[in-house]
Design a protein around this ligand. Structure first.
Ligand code: NAD
Ligand code: IPM
Ligand code: MN
Length: 362
């Protein structure tokens, strides 16, 4: 193919800023390979609420369904936090994942040699870290029914349901074993089986899938509280991590500090291979720095690289984008979040300039 149809969802907060930088880098990469991107912008989140009254308008879903792939920046912000649940930006993001069947979220965390001193963690702890969090994305307490708030005996109670079915666990376990097969062949499944029935089922099903279909993979299990500690104590023990939606959300933000900044971690959300995936940074809309041109666009640019690899099946394009990011980091350019205060040689740049530099390196 020489033209790819991309639906771009800039969303809220820093979303439009990092989207502009990413499109610049992606188009520069494309032109190296005579590839054009036909990009249509769609509304999601707060921006969609303001324009249409819905955080996930039908026409955005239609645009996504017709695309080769989908690039998303981030949604959310204080402006919409008091809205009823169904009119919050986050509900749009969850509806997107559900409607597109994106049950597998791959969140790689690989230490970047140039940023070892930008992390708050010690160099020897993070040097050489290369792990992948495989997060289940369309189940768990995020989607479980019943849920809600009710009055009971003169007070208010609120409840959500942490629930997984066997087929949901089986399919994410298979993804994790397939991912591990391309990496270190080691999967650590993370749960809370010492307390939660849903986690006991999780552990039993993951073990069975491994014994039936993936005997070449070494499987271990860990409780989530210990895993949170082990991730900062000695992260190099991990290769592929598989976990439910909520634990994966939390542990992947924690894992970003192994790389130096939340602004560095990309992700791929995948489901049926016949449908487009969604590629987005793991971070949010960062309302605290929105509109200031200081956000780090690299997580989204690296998400675009994952899109080229997983959806567009163009590994050379992905490699080119990743190499350009490396080259820019080698040259000393840093957004505010990845500065090493003791390094005299860095140059502080904004979001726009970082995007231009990556495009220039292509
Ligand atoms: P956040 O990820 O937006 O920000 C957390 C911290 O990291 C902030 O200090 C922020 O400035 C910083 N940060 C994040 N991305 C950065 C980047 N690219 N460059 C530099 N610094 C960056 O999380 P939050 O503050 O807890 O949430 C803000 C909003 O984002 C909320 O509405 C939340 O629901 C939403 N959110 C959306 C997504 C998504 O769209 N996938 C993910 C997480 C949070
Ligand atoms: C993420 C976000 C979302 C999640 C929120 C905004 C619904 O934190 O993509 O990691 O919890 O999945
Ligand atoms: Mn999150």
């Amino acid at each position: 193919k020489s033209t790819y149809r991309i639906t771009l969802l800039p969303g809220d907060g820093i979303g439009p800023e990092i989207s502009a930088a990413t499109v610049r880098a992606l188009e520069a990469a494309g032109s190296k390979f005579d590839i054009a991107f036909d990009i249509s912008e769609g509304l999601i989140g707060g921006a969609a609420i303001d324009a249409t009254g819905s955080p996930w308008p039908d026409e955005t879903l239609e645009s996504c369904r017709g695309a080769d792939s989908i690039l998303l920046a981030a949604i959310g912000g204080p402006k919409w936090d008091a809205n009823p649940r169904e009119l919050r930006p986050e509900s749009g993001l969850l509806a997107m994942r559900r409607d597109l069947g994106l049950f597998a979220n791959l969140r790689p965390a690989k230490a970047v040699p140039q940023l070892l001193d930008a992390s708050s963690l010690k160099r020897e702890v993070i040097e050489g870290v290369d792990l992948m969090v495989v997060r289940e994305l369309t189940g768990d307490v995020y989607f479980g029914e019943p849920k809600g708030t009710r009055r009971e005996e003169g007070t208010t109670v609120a409840f959500n349901n942490m629930i997984y079915s066997e087929p949901e666990i089986e399919r994410i376990a298979r993804v994790a074993f397939d991912v591990a097969r391309q990496r270190g062949k080691k999967v650590c499944s993370i749960d809370k089986a010492n307390v939660l029935d849903v986690s006991q089922l999780w552990r039993d099903v993951v073990t069975r899938v491994r014994d039936d279909e993936a005997t070449d993979i070494e499987l271990s299990h860990m409780y989530v509280d210990n895993a949170a500690m082990q991730l900062v104590r000695w992260p190099k023990q991990f290769d592929t991590i598989v976990c439910g939606n909520l634990f994966g959300d939390i542990l992947s933000d924690e894992a970003s500090m192994l790389v130096g900044s939340l602004g560095m971690l990309p992700s791929a959300s995948l489901g049926d291979p016949a449908n487009p995936g969604v590629f987005e940074p793991i971070h949010g809309s960062a309302p605290d720095i929105a509109g200031q041109d200081i956000a780090n666009p690299l997580a989204m640019i690296l998400s675009a690289a994952m899109m080229c690899r997983y959806d567009l099946k163009h590994p050379a394009l992905a490699d080119a984008l990743e190499a350009a990011v490396e080259k820019v980091l080698d040259s000393g350019l840093r957004t505010k979040d990845i500065i090493d205060p003791d390094d005299p040689d860095f140059s502080l740049v904004g979001c726009d300039e970082m995007g231009r530099a990556v495009a220039g390196a292509l």
